[in-house]
Design a protein around this ligand. Structure first.
Ligand code: MRU
Length: 357
């Protein structure tokens, strides 16, 4: 079985569990694990056993459903208070990917609407509605990624070189990925892309996940270290950059895996168009600019020792380890969504998109 044959996130309703691939073990070991308690779900998101903005959102949707499934709440207010508590806890697992709070808010909002703010509260029916809504979030993710793929494919041509950073692939979503969606659709249609995957220090999502899934799909993929993007662009090997993202601010600034803004800067230097692939659920119109985005800081050990037999830095050295950086909207040629490609000026194109929705 190929890694792409596994579901990134699945609801095992009869077992009261969420099943995920433990992504910390890839590519060496493909192990499916089951999450049941709030702490197990929180930990799996925090340690990146499940990661990538859309996959985190789907996990949170299933998670809040399972945590409420056996609720003994006697009335609407008690139910909503319990839901709010679980929601706040799950939401605290990672701060940058907006899909986490987006999915949790959507689940809560669905309960409000379904019960007409408590006027028609019936515990069993509400729980069944939560299950259905969480499955809808997952089904929509697959459809949205495919549409991002179709839109992204219009930006490239057969034989092109594409560079990507981190993993915005199938493993970060439920199918196709976002940044990889045009690559997978192109693969089905004989585009023969040559893909460069940045290894993505410090957690190596590019090497461990993107190179793995693209190679498994038979895509021509070449792994490069993060400091090699200028070298391949200088040689003219890259026609476009596709990256995913964790949050798009209202002015088009985008937060994505640390190092993305370096790639965007290098791409601008060499005249390579830099595209951000994002479901509209990743656009946060309540965040005005990139500097308002909360950037997750992670442990020093991820940089100094995690992947090595012995520490590769002097003991006690100061380490700065932000998990994401913000790419200035001026460096972005287009934001590829399921509803079309947004172009600058982003403040206007994003506003227009949300007015239509
Ligand atoms: O820390 P991670 O592995 O969750 O970071 C993932 C990324 O930065 C992805 O590019 C982003 O979430 C988009 S996934 C479609």
């Amino acid at each position: 079985m190929n890694i792409l044959d596994y579901e990134t996130v699945a609801l095992l309703d009869d077992k009261d569990a969420i099943q995920i691939i433990d992504q910390t073990l890839l590519p060496g070991t493909t192990k499916l694990i089951e999450l049941r308690t709030a702490k197990e779900i929180w930990d799996a998101i925090y340690i990146l056993q499940v990661r990538g903005a859309p996959a985190i959102g789907v996990t949170a949707g299933f998670g809040i459903y399972l945590l409420m499934k056996h609720s003994k709440a006697k009335d609407y207010d008690a139910f909503m208070a319990e839901l709010a508590e679980h929601k706040a806890y799950l939401d605290s697992s990672r701060p940058t990917a907006v899909n986490l709070s987006w999915a949790l808010n959507r689940m809560e909002q669905h309960v409000r609407e379904y019960t007409a703010d408590g006027a028609k509260f019936e515990l069993k029916a509400v729980i069944e509605e939560m299950r259905a809504e969480s499955e809808r979030i997952k089904a929509e993710d697959i459809d949205v990624c495919r549409r991002i793929g179709e839109n992204g494919l219009t930006l490239v041509k057969k034989g092109d070189g594409i560079l990507t950073h981190c993993n915005a692939g199938q493993l970060a979503t439920c199918k196709y990925g976002t940044a990889t969606a045009p690559i997978y659709l192109g693969q089905e249609r004989g585009y023969n892309f040559r893909v460069f995957a940045d290894e993505t220090r410090p957690l190596l999502q590019g090497a461990r996940l993107t190179a793995f899934e693209l190679q498994s799909a038979g895509v021509d993929v070449t792994l490069i270290c993060d400091n090699m993007s200028a070298s391949v662009m200088q040689k003219g090997w890259v026609n476009a950059v596709f990256v995913g993202c964790d949050r798009v601010a209202a002015n088009g600034d985008t937060a994505n895996k640390i190092g993305t803004s370096v790639v965007a800067t290098v791409a601008a230097r060499y005249g390579v168009p830099f595209y951000v692939c994002a479901p509209t659920s990743t656009i946060d119109i309540n965040t005005a600019t990139g500097s308002d985005i909360n950037i997750e800081q992670r442990k020093p050990q991820e940089v100094t020792s995690m992947w090595y037999k012995e520490p590769m830095a002097p003991e006690g050295v100061k380490v700065y380890n932000p998990a994401f950086d913000v790419t200035d909207h001026e460096l972005i040629a287009g934001i590829v969504t399921e509803d079309g490609i947004l172009r600058p000026p982003y403040t206007e194109s994003i506003k227009k998109l949300f007015e239509k929705k």
